[in-house]
Design a protein around this ligand. Structure first.
Ligand code: UGA
Length: 427
């Protein structure tokens, strides 16, 4: 009754999304994790990751029996035709990707993989990892395939089911075709290639996106100085189909668990083969500068940061997630705290204490008595705030909107001073 028997090792947002979506396509999927608590929660239908549609897909998979959970990789792979590795590859020594988790699982499963199984690496890994994995597995009959993921946090299910493309790379064309067939129902262009190229696609794509954002953030800085409006500039640019409208919004810098890690890892890859990559280095440096620029603006608004009370709106790296990893919002807040600012922060998805600031569960409590307010994450609820109430609560009057997310007219009517990114609309 099921099309294929699949194991997914790792139940983070990539693994769980992959497992739940493949089950929804008619496959029999067993997801494994080392974390027994997580496995038990998933077995009980509890999904802790904030991804629209994911909890529903997990519930459906559990109901049909197409999606099950098990502790430890060995149990999941013993019966699988295809095994997806969706394991973290965090930034390790010197910026290189740490392959510890991927390699440990390869060692763990090598003697229980059924004959002719295919091992698919979905984790973002340096070029050459597929070859290394094949050597580690040491199984002539087991092929390794690279199938990088392009899922954005906060829209992972949508991105999985409606991909722009599916990339499948292997030095075994037969294995690549077996894996590509799993996604056939999605109707997306499928690009088959060798393993090294598929591994490269992921880094090249994420670093290109990071570069696009650093470019836009630098253009925004120029706009402020020459009196242009970056929103109009990017709209004018984006209609050129070679550029496109997407990924052109300036902000407090790019972050999250992927772009910064992959930019550093790509620099390490270049370094390892003796190539200087000044474009990518500048992309990373421009991002750090963008965070400092936000701090400079807040300092200008309040005179001196030491002892100033700053209301912080948003802490997660982008709206629609509950992820604080490598969040530019958090980095800016830390820089402000370092200079002695007193921070009161609110984020709809953060309810735990954080060092250097007071986290409150109400946006109005965050702005009360603030000398300035800085918006760092583009939560829709921030647009809907009662700005007259905010103005009455604040001690100062400047609102720094790093994402150009707020309605300038609403702030103007409230008598506030709005300072955006790349636009001059002091009102
Ligand atoms: C990113 C890629 O977009 C995915 O394609 C990829 O699969 C994923 O990394 C990954 O490697 O797993 P994600 O980290 O979820 O996805 O976040 P993005 O939506 O790409 O945003 C990254 C950062 O750029 C965020 O801090 C966001 O606020 C910022 N951003 C994004 C902007 O400042 N402006 C924009 O116009 C877009």
């Amino acid at each position: 009754m099921f099309v294929r028997r699949i194991a997914v090792v790792g139940t983070g947002y990539v693994g769980l999304t992959t497992g739940a979506c493949l089950a929804s396509l008619g496959h029999r999927v067993e997801c494994a994790d080392v974390d027994a608590l997580k496995v038990n929660r998933l077995r009980a239908g509890q999904v802790d990751i904030l991804e629209p549609g994911l909890a529903e897909l997990v519930a459906r998979g559990r109901a049909t029996g197409g999606l099950t959970f098990v502790e430890g990789a060995r149990g999941a792979v013993a019966d699988a035709e295809v095994v997806f590795l969706c394991l973290p590859t965090p930034m390790g020594a010197g910026g290189a990707a740490d392959l510890g988790a991927v390699e440990a699982v390869a060692r763990e499963i090598r003697d229980v993989l059924p004959r002719d199984a295919v091992v698919v690496c979905k984790s973002t890994v340096p070029v050459g990892t597929s070859v290394r994995l094949a050597a580690l597995l040491g199984r002539e009959d087991v092929a390794v395939v690279s199938n990088p993921e392009f899922l954005r946090e906060g829209s992972a299910v949508h991105d999985f089911l409606h991909p722009d493309r599916v990339v499948v790379g292997s030095d075994s064309p037969r294995a690549a075709e077996r894996v590509a067939a799993l996604f056939a129902g999605l109707g997306a262009p499928t690009v088959l290639m060798d393993a090294a190229s598929a591994e490269m696609v992921k880094y090249a794509a994420n670093c290109f996106l990071a570069m696009k954002l650093s470019y836009v953030n630098a253009v925004a800085e120029l706009c402020e100085l020459v009196g242009a409006d970056v929103t109009s500039v990017t709209e004018g640019m984006g209609h050129d189909r070679r550029i496109g409208q997407a990924f052109l919004k300036p902000g407090p810098g790019w972050g999250g668990s992927c772009l910064p890690k992959d930019a550093h890892a790509m620099l390490r890859v270049a370094d390892a083969v003796g190539v200087d990559f000044p474009l990518l280095r500048a992309t990373v440096e421009t991002n750090a500068r963008q965070q400092r620029r936000v701090v400079d603006k807040v300092r200008r608004a309040v005179g001196a940061l030491a002892g100033a009370r700053i209301g912080v709106l948003g802490l997660v790296f982008k709206a629609g997630t509950n992820d604080l990893r490598d969040s530019p919002a958090l980095a800016v807040a830390e820089l402000l705290a370092l200079e002695g600012a007193e921070l009161v922060a609110h984020d709809p998805q953060v309810d735990r204490p954080l060092p250097g600031m007071t986290v409150v569960d109400d946006p109005y409590a965050a702005v009360r008595g603030a000398d300035a307010v800085v918006l760092l994450t583009e939560w829709p609820e921030f647009r809907a705030l009662d700005w007259a109430r905010v103005a009455a609560l604040m001690a100062g009057s400047t609102v720094l909107d790093t994402r150009n997310h707020l309605d300038p007219d609403a702030l103007l009517r409230a008598g506030l001073v709005l300072d955006g990114t790349g636009r001059v609309h002091r009102v």
